[in-house]
Every structure is written in structure tokens, then in C-alpha cells.
Design a protein around this ligand. Structure first.
Ligand code: CDP
Length: 228
């Protein structure tokens, strides 16, 4: 039975990872969060006190970086050079740095190489910014999720609140707009919808509706027994 490659791209907080996670569970697929990989890279550059303009330092870091995604029912664990960094990489300093480091060609080359290796056998849902355009341009399914900036900011604010963090909604909105611009305007692999991707606006959808919408599309284009 064919194991599909499902690509989900879109801007920050558009619903990609929540949808990808739940869909992966439903289909018994592996979920790969490529944003976490850029975040891990950013954290390592911080550990090594790397000057992002210094190509030599960057190349050295990329030559021995180890990023593992460990799958568990409670959610994926991100391991950087043998250390658990799942929570650390979600902090604001890394969020900004990940977008800054993601414009660098050498970094993207290495991440894309790792991502292709992780996904080559199929049976995966990968989310990011360039999965349908660059990493797997021949993915079996491509989705591009969008939502208004207000909705996205509110989602991030609520997520933080649930973790006991009080954030300023206006600052979150500013950060999202900055990151949208930085991710969309870079020269290499900018955030953009692949021509053959299906756009889903999640602004007025609940999480269940998001998952159901994508699941239905997959079922319609294939047959249930074909999904393994
Ligand atoms: O979770 P959130 O949507 O806030 O961001 P993320 O998916 O964790 O990605 C963090 C950053 O990594 C993004 O702002 C992008 O700059 C970069 N990224 C990328 O360039 N390409 C990807 N495939 C995934 C993430």
C-alpha cells in the first residue's frame, strides 16, 4: 500500500502543526515539524556563539550538528546534539533567531537534505514553509494554510496563557508580521504557496474542522483503504 507524502506549508500560527499532529495520529503517519529543525539550528548557533555572517563558523557547526525528532504519543521530542530542547526552542529569542538563520543558503541546504532523508519512505506529514515548493515538490498532497494575523496572534497568546505565560497581544502581532515578511521576502525558498497546493483559510475554523477538511480531501482523492 502506498505511503503518501503530505506537505503542509503556511505562515506562523496558521494551524499547520496542530493539524499535522492530529492528522498524523489519524492516519498513523509520522509527523515532522521542520520549523523545529530551524529552531534547533538557531539554538546551536547561540550555544556556539556563532556570528551568522561568518561562513566558516556556520559550515563547521552544520558539519557536526545532530537533530533528532523522537516520536511519542505525548508529542515529538526534539533532541539537539543529544540534549532535549523541545521547550527551549519555543522561546521568543529562538523564534526570531530561527527566522534569521533560515535565510542562509548553507543552513537550508543542510536542513532540506535531512528532511528529504526523513521523509523519503513516505507515510509522513511534514510542515514548514517550503515543503511543497522545495523539499518535496512532488508530494502526493500539498496544503497551504492561512489565517488572518489577528486570529494567529490570538492563538499564540492563548497558547502562552495555557502555559502560564502572560504575553502582550500587540507584541505577538508585531512579531508575526515581522516574521511573515522575513520568511516571504528571502531569496532562497521563500514562504509561498506551491502552484498545486490547496489553500485552506483557518481563520474561522476550529481545530477539528481544520483536520476534517484536509482528511476529507485526502479521502476524496484516494480511497480510504489506500491510506496506510
Ligand atoms: O511554529 P511557528 O509557526 O511559529 O514557526 P516554525 O514553523 O517553528 O518555524 C520557525 C522559523 O523557521 C520560521 O519563521 C521560518 O523562518 C523557518 N522555517 C523555514 O524557513 N522553513 C521551514 N520549512 C520551516 C521553518
Amino acid at each position: 500500500m502506498k505511503k503518501y507524502i503530505i506537505a503542509i506549508d503556511g505562515p506562523a500560527a496558521s494551524g499547520k502543526s496542530t493539524t499535522a499532529k492530529l492528522l498524523a495520529k489519524k492516519l498513523e503517519y509520522v509527523y515532522i515539524d521542520t520549523g523545529a529543525m530551524y529552531r534547533a539550528c538557531a539554538l546551536r548557533s547561540l550555544w556556539d556563539e556563532i556570528d551568522l555572517q561568518n561562513t566558516g563558523q556556520l559550515e563547521k557547526m552544520l558539519s557536526d550538528i545532530s537533530i533528532e525528532i523522537k516520536y511519542s504519543a505525548a508529542g515529538n521530542q526534539i533532541i539537539l546534539d543529544g540534549k532535549k530542547v523541545t521547550h527551549r526552542i519555543r522561546k521568543a529569542d529562538i523564534t526570531k533567531l530561527s527566522s534569521e538563520i533560515a535565510v542562509i543558503g548553507a543552513v537550508r541546504k543542510k536542513m532540506v537534505e535531512l528532511q528529504r532523508k526523513m521523509g523519503e519512505k513516505g507515510g509522513i506529514i511534514m510542515d514548514g514553509r517550503d515543503i511543497g515548493t522545495i523539499v518535496f515538490p512532488k508530494a502526493d498532497f500539498k496544503f497551504f494554510m492561512v489565517a488572518s494575523v489577528k486570529t494567529r496572534a490570538l492563538r499564540r497568546w492563548k497558547e502562552a496563557k495555557e502555559k502560564g505565560e502572560e504575553l502582550n497581544l500587540e507584541n505577538i502581532e508585531k512579531e508575526l508580521i515581522w516574521r511573515d515578511n522575513n520568511d516571504s521576502s528571502r531569496k532562497i525558498a521563500p514562504l509561498k504557496k506551491a502552484e498545486d497546493a490547496i489553500e485552506i483559510d483557518t481563520s474561522d475554523l476550529t481545530i477539528n474542522q481544520q483536520v476534517k477538511t484536509i482528511y476529507q480531501i485526502i479521502l476524496e482523492r484516494t480511497c480510504r483503504s489506500d491510506i496506510s
